[in-house]
Each structure stands twice: as C-alpha cells, then as structure tokens.
Design a protein around this ligand. Structure first.
Ligand SMILES: Cc1cc2nc3c(=O)[nH]c(=O)nc-3n(C[C@H](O)[C@H](O)[C@H](O)COP(=O)(O)O)c2cc1C
Length: 401
C-alpha cells in the first residue's frame, strides 16, 4: 500500500502502511510510555511537548501512554485518564499537534487491575501503602478476576462480580468514544503486562469458576467483550490495536503461547486490526518473573509467529535500536510496524536519522522550519568531510605562534 511518491525501492521501514484508510508515513512508531506526570488524569503541557517531539522527528505513529478507563485502573496517581469527558480536551490538543505534524495520533487505553495503586518507577514502583497517605496520595482498593495478589506485599484485589464486569466493559467503550472525540485515529487496548485484560486471560491470575474463568475459552471472554464493545463504539475508520503479552513470564502455569495465538485470532474476528507484541508482567515478584531475555528485538520471534499464524498486522517492540535492524524486521516478515520506546526517548529524531542512514529522502520529511536549516547544514558537513576536515582539524595543525 505505497503512496505515489514512494520509490519502489524505498527501505521497508519507509514504505507507508494504510489501514482502514489511514496511512502511516513510515513503519516506525513510538511505543506507549507512562510518564507519571498527570494530575487527576489530565494531560498537560509536559505531555504535549514530550509527544510532539516524536511527530517532528518523523515517527509514523505516536502512541500516548497507558490512559486509564477508570480512576481505580490507574497504575499510579499520576497516570493519564479518559474516564470523564473533561479529560478529552487536553488529549485533543496532543492529537491535533501529532496530526498537524504528519504522525498518526494514537492512544493506549488501560486498566491496571491488580497491578494498580503503585508508586512511580523512580520511587521503585512498589505498591502504595499508608506511608503514602500522609501526602494525600495513599493506596486505593484494586480489582481483578480473582482475589490473588500480583506478588508478595501487593494488595489482594477485589474479585469483580458479573455486574461489575459489565460496567467495566462499558467504561472501556466510553473511554474509546472519548478518544475518538479527541481526534485519535488509532486506539490500542493494553492487554499485556499483567494489567486487567491480561489478568483475565491468564490462569495465574484468573481462577474463577463462572462464565469468565475456568478454561481458556472463558478466560478470553472479558477481553473479547471489551474488544467488541470498543469496536462498536468507534467509527470504521479508526484502527484498533491490542497489546498482548506473548508469554506471561512465569516459571509454571502461565498462558501457553498457542493460547495467545488463538486469542489473537479471536481478537481479529472481534475487530482488532493490529496485534502489538510484548511480554510478561503477570507476576510482580521478581523471584517468579522469568522475563524474556532482553536481547536485541527480543519479541521478534513471537511477533513473527503471531503474524504468520493469524494473518494479522503485527507490531513488534523491545530493543529495536538500529534503522537497518528495524527495516530488516519488516522485510523478514516479523512485523508490519516497529515500535520503539526508550530509543525514541533517547533520540526523538530517530526516524529522520534513520532516513539519513538508510539513504531515504530525509530532506523531504523534515518540518520545513527545521529542514530549511538542517539540509544546508548536512551539505556543509558533507563538503567538509569530502575536504578531509573534522571538527578537531584546527587543533591538530601546528600550534598558533
Ligand atoms: C518509561 C516507560 C514507560 C512505559 N509505559 C508503558 C505503557 O504505558 N504501556 C505499555 O504498554 N508499555 C509501556 N512501557 C513499555 C514500552 O512501551 C516498551 O514496550 C518497552 O520499553 C520495550 O521497548 P524499548 O526497548 O524500545 O524501550 C513503558 C516503558 C518505559 C521505559
């Protein structure tokens, strides 16, 4: 699905992708990353500046961090939220900016379930306790499929009953509607990392015996109901993505990868367009969590298999750091989209630099306010390089007398 301006031999990373009539200018997206910087769920200037940099830097897709569908579904007190209409305007500013600068604006909707009510990572991410209440930022009761804590020292979640599950499904749908009103073209459901959707899917955290648990089929029921409700709440021209944990990351008793593949197929039938492949998180105990080894592109094998076995569009995340690596992941069929998290934080212009490295047309893709300055800069650098000059040349010549 190339546009007319894309040369046929463009690196795969820069081949546009069109889904539901929406075109990503390239296959490099910004993975959702919580910044723990909102008050009462409202987006602010920090979020606009932080996310805006990636659109200016050439990303095809920018995903706003995990955004809670209800207050008790926040990870921390400072997560973004879309549980109330008043929260739409702040996110609309961001969606508008991303769109104006050529990125597809996307938001990840989330409910942290039994992993909610924790401190920020720079405070070790531990569960909130009464010592936090002194600052007015104490713990709140968390919910889950079964009363099994995520780890030792974590709260026992309240088991949601069937009526509460139905309410919760509606909360996802209502948040999705607000996301559309805010102008997002892609909505991702956070179904990974041990959060509520994942906790229903996994036998580690879901030991119910009603229609929402007991066997693999019933454990899928809540996530599939959420997907159907969200798909019904959003227009046909909004893309729906779903982040899975390909494996739970526990030694014993986790969801088999085959069950995740089957779930992905069913999610596709229910209206999901893209499976975003991550892993782990079902256990908060470091002693139990056997995470996938953090090598380069550490989810690529899962992503490739999900893509082959479901025939769906697949995004792959996890230590994708290099343009050549990213383009080859797409060429070899491991992913349709690569998502980068920390690499983008480190270098918000990663995509434009990737264009340079892969010989794609960088100049055409800068915002003109940057490009009119950066293109001559590049030419000067090339001229000086050809002349054998380096920034340190002057210091290597004989000393000034
Ligand atoms: C600061 C930070 C915040 C994150 N927040 C989220 C989040 O909101 N939702 C999510 O699905 N993953 C989250 N992640 C995981 C990233 O999206 C990504 O999957 C992970 O960092 C691996 O990719 P990377 O090696 O490119 O960073 C977060 C990661 C970081 C570093």
């Amino acid at each position: 699905m190339m546009d007319e301006q894309t040369p046929v031999d463009a690196p795969a990373l820069f081949t546009p992708l069109t889904v539901r009539g929406i075109t990503l200018r390239d296959r490099a997206g910004v993975s959702p990353m919580c910044m723990y910087s909102a008050a009462d769920g409202f987006a602010n200037d920090f979020h606009l500046a932080h996310l805006g940099r990636f659109a200016l830097g050439g990303a095809g897709l920018v995903l706003v961090e995990a955004t809670a569908v209800e207050p008790r579904g926040r990870i921390s007190h400072h997560d973004l939220g879309l549980w109330d209409d008043s929260q739409t305007a702040g996110l609309a500013r961001i969606a508008e900016f991303l769109t104006a600068h050529g990125a597809v604006p996307a938001v990840q909707l989330a409910h942290a379930g039994r992993r909610a009510s924790v401190r920020e990572p720079w405070h070790a991410g531990a569960p909130l306790d009464d010592s936090d209440a002194a600052d007015g930022l104490g713990p709140w009761p968390v919910v889950g499929p079964s009363p099994i804590p995520a780890g030792s020292g974590w709260q026992e979640p309240k088991e949601l009953d069937a009526a509460e599950i139905r309410e919760s499904v509606q909360a996802w749908a209502a948040a999705a509607k607000r996301a559309v009103q805010a102008g997002f073209s892609l909505i991702e459901l956070h179904g990974a990392h041990g959060y509520l959707l994942h906790s229903f899917l996994s036998p580690v955290s879901n030991q119910r015996t009603d229609e929402y648990g007991g066997d693999a089929e019933k454990r899928m029921r809540y996530p599939l109901e959420v997907i159907r409700a969200v798909r019904a709440a959003i227009p046909d021209d909004v893309i729906l993505s779903y982040r899975v944990s390909a494996v739970d990351g526990v030694v014993e008793g986790g969801t088999p990868f085959d069950a995740v593949v089957e779930f992905a197929r069913r999610a596709g039938d229910a209206g999901v367009d893209i499976i975003d492949t991550s892993s782990g998180g079902i256990s908060a105990d470091r002693s139990v969590d056997t995470r996938v080894r953090r090598g380069f592109a550490f989810h690529a094998d899962f992503a490739r298999e999900l893509r082959q076995r479901t025939g769906m569009l697949v995004a792959c995340v996890g230590f994708v750091v290099d343009p050549e690596q990213a383009t080859r992941l797409i060429e070899e069929g491991s992913a349709d989209i690569v998502l980068l998290g920390r690499e983008m934080l480190d270098n918000p212009n990663w995509v434009q630099h990737a264009r340079r490295q892969l010989g794609a047309d960088e100049a055409q893709h800068w915002d003109q306010r940057f490009g009119s300055a950066l293109t001559p800069r590049l030419h000067t650098l090339e001229r000086l390089d050809a002349a054998g000059e380096t920034p340190l040349s002057r210091f290597e010549q004989s000393p000034v007398r």
